[in-house]
Design a protein around this ligand. Structure first.
Ligand code: CP3
Length: 320
């Protein structure tokens, strides 16, 4: 998760060649370069496509801006939900497919390329509030007060996200990941309707076109609901945030699925014993289970580069 970013000097250098963050996402040569940088430096087993979950609302014709130091800003959506135009999404996202093609052709055969999209609920939270927040109050209110419009918005996002993932897979992505960063703020009914159901449908739609495409789902904050989630969405792998121990995730999930996770990014930032203990705990919990080691959420910009190199070495030295 977030392999690239401000903690890498080479990222900052490439970033300065683009006029804006979105230009970086939509310039295939630069986006491919940024995708490949962390793999070159750390020899990761997989590259994650450099883009952002908010290119989808942009492709739906919404205004999306990334303000330095403040994060994303969008024009909050209201009644215009009914006017969203999904007809040009694939055409507008074509530069992303081109990035995938370039990366796949430059990446070594044994390295995987992971494409991604945001889950409909998480993307909707940014479209409704117009910015990030920690409780997603605006989107939760919208869901309860304007259920018909919410259903319409989630429906459009489900359609276009499936189409977008199929486009990435056809362009050469080896797997795709669906990020539901705000799944955890929903109550049970909301979790089923807004987190589980749309992701279940996206995976079903992707498999209708590409039956063997590997899909990873990340329901951040699902906690005790991981079992129900995994059973319903039928992903090939479930990614776990750092607040649920991997051993607990293993016990909660009864369907056969690989697990991805889940080092607290703060341990990576601090390094030393905090890092080593965190890594060892996860690896011990996952003995005998299909496991993709990664962070339990995004890397922070002030993470020392040497800590990442140390992490890779420690995971590899204990590889079973
Ligand atoms: O690691 C990679 O190279 C993959 C690319 C990637 C980015 N965003 C690039 C990015 C991925 C997989 C994402 C996903 C994403 N984007 C999510 C889901 C995962 C999560 O973190 O919960 C979300 C919610 C977003 C929306 C988003 N994009 C926010 C809230 C921000 C601001 C955060 C910040 O640190 O300011 C972004 C900007 C963003 N997307 C950056 C990167 C590398 C930071 C911008 C920069 O460093 O120039």
């Amino acid at each position: 998760m977030r392999q690239a970013g401000r903690y890498l000097p080479e990222y900052l250098q490439t970033r300065s060649r683009a006029a804006s963050f979105l230009d970086l996402c939509f310039t295939p040569g630069l986006a491919a370069e940024v995708t490949l940088q962390p793999v070159r430096r750390f020899d990761f087993d997989a590259a994650i496509l450099f883009s952002d979950i908010l290119v989808v609302p942009h492709a739906l014709g919404r205004s999306v801006r990334f303000i330095e130091g403040e994060g994303p800003q969008l024009d909050p959506i209201g009644r215009e939900v009914g006017l969203l135009d999904a007809s040009r999404v694939s055409e507008r996202l074509r530069p992303v497919f081109e990035t995938v093609r370039i990366v796949r052709s430059e990446l070594a055969a044994e390295k995987a390329l992971i494409g991604f999209c945001g889950a409909p609920w998480t993307v909707a939270t940014y479209m409704i509030a117009g910015r990030g927040s920690s409780d997603q109050l605006a989107a939760r209110r919208f869901a309860l007060e304007r259920p018909t419009e919410m259903e319409k918005l989630i429906g459009v996002l489900t359609e276009v996200s499936a189409e977008y993932l199929v486009g990435q897979l056809k362009a050469g992505a080896d797997a795709v990941k669906i990020f539901d960063s705000w799944a955890g703020v929903l109550d049970d009914e909301g979790f089923r309707a807004l987190a589980i159901e749309p992701v279940r449908r996206i995976i079903e739609k992707v498999r209708a076109v590409l039956p063997s495409a590997p899909v990873i789902a990340f329901p951040r904050g699902a906690g005790a609901r991981l079992g129900e989630y995994a059973e319903a969405v039928k992903a090939d792998a479930i990614a776990v945030d750092w607040t649920t121990p991997m051993a607990t995730a293993r016990n909660l999930i009864s369907v056969p699925t690989a697990l991805q996770g889940n080092l607290d990014p703060l341990r990576l930032r601090i390094g030393g014993r905090a890092l080593d203990d965190g890594v060892d705990e996860i690896l011990s919990a996952m003995v005998g289970c299909a496991h993709i080691f990664n962070l339990g959420h995004g890397i922070s910009p002030d993470t020392p580069v040497e800590h990442v190199a140390h992490l890779v070495q420690r995971v590899r030295s204990r590889d079973r």
